[in-house]
Write a protein that binds this ligand. Structure first.
Ligand SMILES: [Zn+2]
Length: 243
């Protein structure tokens, strides 16, 4: 295959554009934000789980507070009824029984009210836990959103770089003869790097020194011959200095 040396040199720009596109793709897959997002997501899940535990503990104790309130209310109502019965009068035995029951109810009410105070204090502590837990969830969600937005910015930058490079690449390819463009694409699909500058005896694509015999063949080839590196298969682009 033959191609004008100036046209062949455009292959180096094409290879550079492809290398940049590869770097963009690599950066996209290895953005540090991706790992940070994984960590932030795990953190959000953990904080949400903690909130569920705190809320459950709070609800259980809240039920206990209300159960005690009902019980105290029942004891009070019973005492009220006994006092009304006493006021209405009755036999000495009946009055004595009522008096005895009122004492029992008063003791019971005292015990229940002490218990009530205790669980109300506990409930207050659990309410604080729930509040703190909710704040922790909010903070974790905020961190996640912040990292996601940094990732989105980074992806948008990469996307812009990719669009720009693809545009350059398309222009270069369009200007190439069809057979040379096809050869380049075929080598790129098979080997990755499809063109390199010959620097001294070194191939710019694979960085390997070409052996003397092959090098002599390359040097003897006409300037418009398309020659390839025998190590990596890339098109070897020669500048005037190599001949
Ligand atoms: Zn090579």
């Amino acid at each position: 295959m033959k191609a004008d040396p100036a046209v062949q040199r455009r292959l180096l720009d094409l290879a550079e554009a492809d290398a940049e596109l590869n770097r963009v793709e690599h950066r996209r897959r290895t953005l540090p934000e991706l790992a940070e997002i994984g960590q932030a997501e795990r953190d959000v899940r953990a904080k949400r789980d903690e909130l569920v535990v705190a809320e459950t503990a709070y609800r259980d104790l809240d039920r206990e507070v209300r159960r005690l309130e009902n019980e105290v209310e029942q004891v009070r109502a019973r005492g009220q009824r006994d006092r009304e019965l006493m006021a209405a009068g009755g036999s000495a035995k009946q009055l004595e029984d009522l008096e005895h029951e009122l004492q029992t109810l008063a003791r019971r009410q005292g015990i229940l009210e002490d218990e009530q105070l205790e669980v109300m204090e506990q409930r207050e502590a659990l309410e604080t836990n729930v509040t703190k837990s909710r704040e922790a969830v909010d903070a974790a969600e905020q961190r996640l959103a912040e990292v996601q937005s940094r990732r989105d910015e980074a992806l948008a930058d990469l996307e812009a770089a990719e669009v720009r490079r693809k545009g350059e690449r398309d222009m270069i390819v369009k200007a190439l003869p069809d057979d040379l463009a096809a050869l380049y694409e075929r080598i790129r699909a098979q080997r990755g790097v499809a063109a390199g500058l010959l620097q001294g005896a070194r191939c710019g694509a694979c960085r390997i020194e070409i052996d003397r015999t092959a090098l002599n063949e390359v040097r003897e080839a006409a300037a418009d011959d398309v020659v390839r590196c025998e190590e990596c298969g890339a098109i070897l682009v020669r500048t005037g200095g190599n001949r």
